[in-house]
Design a binder for this molecule. Structure first.
Ligand code: ZN
Length: 139
């Protein structure tokens, strides 16, 4: 079994910015040369999320609106009281969405649906630089 790993960086606007990272992830899978296996996509940090979404403005807005209901920015958070932080909601959103996802690699490509894009969501309350690591294992 071969294992390939590659990281890339991107800048976000924070505040629930949803960034389509399908292209750099796809490039890493192609570069790995692995035909059959699994690709793990992991974002580094405790205030971001990695998931899939149909990447169009309506879906992005619905996703952001749902998160505003589940973990509103201005609610009471123990994290804010404990640390004098303002991003308790960011950590909570990150925990709920998760910071990594794995996808099958079939015939050298990510086995995803046509309308299924891989996105990084930045839940923090200010612009950030983020690191994403793609690990491909298989043969
Ligand atoms: Zn914090």
């Amino acid at each position: 079994m071969a294992v390939f790993q590659k990281s890339f960086r991107l800048s976000t606007r924070g505040n629930c910015d949803v960034v389509n990272i399908s292209d750099p992830v796809t490039r890493a899978v192609t570069e790995s040369g692995i035909r059959c296996g699994i690709a793990n996509v992991s974002g580094r940090g405790s205030t971001l999320g990695i998931t899939t979404l149909e990447y169009e403005s309506g879906c992005v807005k619905d996703f952001q609106r749902a998160l505003d209901l589940i973990a509103p920015p201005n609610s009471d958070y123990a994290h804010n009281a404990r640390w004098g932080d303002n991003n308790g909601y960011s950590h909570l959103r990150s925990a709920l969405v998760g910071t990594a996802k794995s996808f099958p690699v079939r015939e050298g490509r990510l086995a995803l649906g046509t309308w299924q894009q891989i996105v990084l969501c930045d839940f923090d309350d200010s612009p950030r630089d983020r690191e994403v690591t793609v690990t491909v294992a298989g043969e």
